[in-house]
Design a protein around this ligand. Structure first.
Ligand code: CUA
Length: 363
């Protein structure tokens, strides 16, 4: 049946004219973005590597990757079959000059066809369901495995707290773990907690994304034999600085890991040359939010400052950790992280110098 509604305007031409500038703009933005023209100043950190979930190096990430490949292969097969048949039908049965202007034979009801397009999708869904259920069963663990390194991860707006109960270590934003091999298994088991809102812990190459929920303890594990630095980030919108809630995971050889543990357990060196900064730090409100072993500072609102200089970044990945950036940060953290909960302490330039001089001794 043909439509009786008159066409009031030549739709095709208008649509084509309005799509073109939009498509051109999209392409320009993509090209500019990938060339680094857009937002280049907002990424002060040189990323060591791209963190791709298609290059897993840890057991749970590998299992998820295998499942993703299977699902992708099945979906690609369905797409190629359906799109291929569609193209074939469009070409094979297109209207040709000289065709009679009448409808082709109409077929109603075919038990074979209907059974086929009911049973085949059911089989596909059952296969996907079973494969997914198996992977979930392999990846989910409620309790730590034998000999695992346990770390409690607490999500805060907007940084990560890491506590190693076994070693009495408290640190932030940069997780250090040992490799785990077949001869010497040493998986890492994470307890995920939140101090405030829902966050999501995600290091694509090491494990699947797991939500970090207030008043609940979720779990995650990592088992990798490949040393290196792996990047991740909070993957659940949690407020203004969600994008600056980055994670770095350092996977060490057993010797390196032991050395890191020793260094973190050692008390921070008290350098007499920065005594003024140390006293000033203990007189200001810094101590209400930050913890620093060996001082009166025992706040838990912000990251611990013990061994601060052993970390590569400040502000949960907002900037590289060096003297220049520390000075800017102490002066006004919002420069790197607008909306950050650490206030501008209104220190004089001299006071900032003293505090930063002190902070940089915290190796
Ligand atoms: Cu925490 Cu997004």
């Amino acid at each position: 049946m043909t439509s009786d509604i008159p066409r009031t305007r030549p739709r095709g031409r208008i649509a084509r004219a309005s799509i073109c500038p939009f498509a051109v703009a999209c392409v320009l933005v993509l090209v500019a973005g990938s060339a680094g023209w857009v937002g280049a100043e907002e990424s002060p950190i040189e990323f060591d590597q791209v963190s791709s979930m298609f290059e897993p190096v840890s057991v749970p990430a590998e299992k998820i990757h295998e499942l993703a490949e299977l699902v992708l292969a099945i979906c690609a097969g369905i797409f190629v079959t359906v799109a291929g048949l569609l193209v074939y039908v469009v070409l094979r049965f297109r209207a040709k000059p000289g065709d009679e202007k009448r409808e082709p034979p109409q077929v109603y009801g075919s038990n074979n066809l209907e059974a086929a397009w009911t049973i085949i999708p059911i089989i596909i869904v059952v296969v996907l369901f079973l494969a997914t259920a198996r992977t979930i069963n392999e990846v989910e663990r409620k309790e730590p495995m034998e000999g695992a390194l346990e770390v409690t991860v607490v999500g805060h707006r907007w940084w990560w707290e890491f506590e190693y109960p076994e070693y009495g270590i408290l640190t932030a934003n940069e997780l250090h773990i040992p490799v785990s091999t077949a001869e010497a298994p040493r998986p890492t088991f994470l307890w995920l907690e939140s101090q405030d809102v829902v966050h999501s812990f995600w290091i694509p190459r090491l494990a699947g994304k797991t939500d970090v929920v207030p008043n609940r303890r979720n779990t995650l594990w990592i088992d990798t034999s490949v040393p290196g630095t792996y990047l991740g980030q909070c993957a659940e919108y949690c407020g203004t600085q969600h994008a600056h809630m980055l994670l770095r995971v350092y996977v060490h050889t057993p010797e390196e890991f032991e050395a890191w543990v020793k260094a973190q357990q050692a008390p921070d060196v008290i350098d007499p040359s920065v005594q003024e900064g140390r006293e000033l730090f203990q007189r200001t409100a810094c101590i209400n939010c930050h913890t620093l072993d060996g001082t009166v500072a025992d706040g838990t609102y912000g990251p611990t400052l013990s061994h601060l200089m052993s970390r590569k970044t400040i502000g949960a990945g907002a900037a590289e950790n060096n003297e220049e950036n520390l000075r800017k940060w102490v002066q006004n953290p919002a420069i790197f992280k607008p909306g950050v909960r650490m206030p501008d302490m209104k220190l004089t330039s001299e006071e900032v110098d003293q505090i930063v001089a002190y902070l940089t001794t915290l190796q």
